[in-house]
Design a protein. Structure first.
Ligand SMILES: [Ca+2]
Ligand SMILES: [Ca+2]
Length: 448
């Protein structure tokens, strides 16, 4: 209890001291002149034989401030230059004041700090320490643009208005879905088993191409009906398939040989005897026949989990015969990757001056994690896309990535003579479909 009382007393004393101290501090130093100034920023540079100070001065007092004098001093307080000023600053406002100290350049050392002080008509002053610099060669103007139109190079437009939706990070987005890009795979047999019959010429290599080089097989077990049977297979991929086209090309030296081709159905664990995965035909003497089937639904049934496949070929006839197999094929079409790649067109860029720098801001998100994203600018001089920035999207799907990059070298090449610039934001996925949201897209042009 005693300790608590001691703490309470100590706290009360502290509060008292703080209040008194505060009151003393708040008492105006010049009660008859409620002017107060603050130089918030500035630059000091040599221009010919003169020294120029650019100052941003705020009136933080309670009355109109009249700035009447400016002084340039060394760090030691020695006056290097003084000049009359005539600038009035409203309460709370900032004025940009440029003062020129004529002929002061000779007494200034570049890179050293100097003090610039401004004084009002009532003697209120403010000072800032600035380093003496070389004169900027020319003024640089900065302009901001948002895209006014787009072209969808890859992807499907969903929603979002240009340029409104891209003006700020506000949840109002330009939205596009990735487009599936088809690929094809051709898988020739890599192994062969003759179950009935015997090979009289050729091997599995002969079955890999359409080249009139044959694997020749004849039945070995008379009496009739004579029969041969072989299985071939290989390995394919494990992608999601849109279509499987399979079959073989062969000829027989006799007519009337009945031939069946069967593709192993791994889902059912057997060779089908009708429908998908089953082909039958009858031979014509010495005429090469191409038989094939296209499977469009659940064609992945006809491959194992590791992508391997196998085909069974049977041929039966009463008379003795020779079979000539030219090639066996197993071709698939599948979605290899998904790409979204909208091109945004910026119009009205400045063409009266040299573009010395471009800066690009993109705030975007995706519903898949860690997608490779690249932002490219169209190079009008070289007629090509230059990838200016690439990154992986957020590992958390739906989280916004805000990126900014600048192009300084050759920046003028990215602005056309008519004041147009083009940019794309491309994302790629090899795992599945996805959506792109672009919340902010801004192009900043710096012109000299
Ligand atoms: Ca062949
Ligand atoms: Ca937006």
């Amino acid at each position: 209890v005693l300790l608590l009382i001691v703490i309470a007393v100590a706290a009360a004393v502290l509060v008292y001291m703080w209040t008194v101290g505060y009151a003393i501090q708040m008492r105006p130093t010049t009660p008859e002149a409620p002017e107060r100034l603050k130089i918030e920023a500035g630059s000091l540079y040599v221009s010919g034989s003169d020294v120029v100070a650019e100052l941003y001065v705020r009136n933080i007092g309670g009355a109109l401030a009249h700035v009447r004098n400016a002084y340039l001093l060394t760090a030691a307080g020695e006056v290097v230059g003084s000049v009359l000023v005539d600038s009035t600053i409203d309460v709370g406002k900032v004025e940009a004041i440029t003062v020129t100290f004529e002929g002061a350049a000779s007494s200034l050392a570049l890179g050293r700090p100097y003090i610039v002080r401004v004084v009002t008509s009532l003697g209120v002053e403010s000072a800032i320490a600035l380093k003496a610099m070389k004169a900027p060669s020319a003024l640089i103007s900065v302009y901001e643009f948002h895209p006014s139109s787009y072209e969808m190079l890859r992807g499907i437009y969903v929603s979002g208005r240009l340029p409104e939706s891209l003006k700020g990070v506000d949840g109002d987005c330009f939205v596009a879905d990735a487009e599936p890009i088809q690929a094809e795979g051709s898988y020739t047999p890599s192994w062969l088993n003759v179950l009935e019959g015997s090979i009289t010429e050729g091997d599995v290599e002969k079955l890999s191409s359409n080249d009139d080089q044959y694997l020749v097989v004849k039945p070995t077990h008379p009496p009739p009906p004579r029969k041969l049977s072989l299985s071939v297979g290989g390995s394919s991929n494990t992608a999601r398939w849109d279509r499987l086209v399979w079959g073989a090309s062969f000829k027989f030296d006799k007519s009337g040989v009945s031939v069946t081709l069967q593709l192993y159905n791994y889902a059912e664990g057997r060779y089908p005897t009708s429908g998908d995965g089953f082909i039958s035909c009858t031979s014509q003497a010495n005429v090469e026949q191409l038989v094939k089937q296209t499977i469009t639904s659940s064609s992945e049934r006809f491959r194992a989990a590791d992508g391997s496949w196998r085909m069974l070929i049977n041929a039966t006839a009463v008379p003795e015969f020779d079979a000539y197999f030219d090639y066996v094929f197993y071709n698939v079409t599948y979605t290899a990757i998904y790409i979204v790649q909208p091109i945004f067109i910026f119009a009205g860029l400045k063409t009266d001056g040299v573009t010395v720098k471009l800066a690009v801001d993109v705030a975007s998100k995706y519903n898949l994690s860690s997608l490779p994203v690249e932002v490219a600018l169209w190079n009008y001089r070289a007629s090509r896309w230059d990838v200016a920035y690439s990154y992986a999207s957020n590992p958390s799907p739906g989280q916004l990535d805000a990126i900014r990059f600048e192009v300084a070298s050759g920046a003028a090449d990215y602005v056309s003579g008519s004041g147009e610039a083009r940019l794309y934001v491309k994302a790629t996925s090899s795992t599945g479909p996805f959506r792109q949201w672009i919340d902010l897209l801004r192009l900043t042009q710096c012109v000299r």
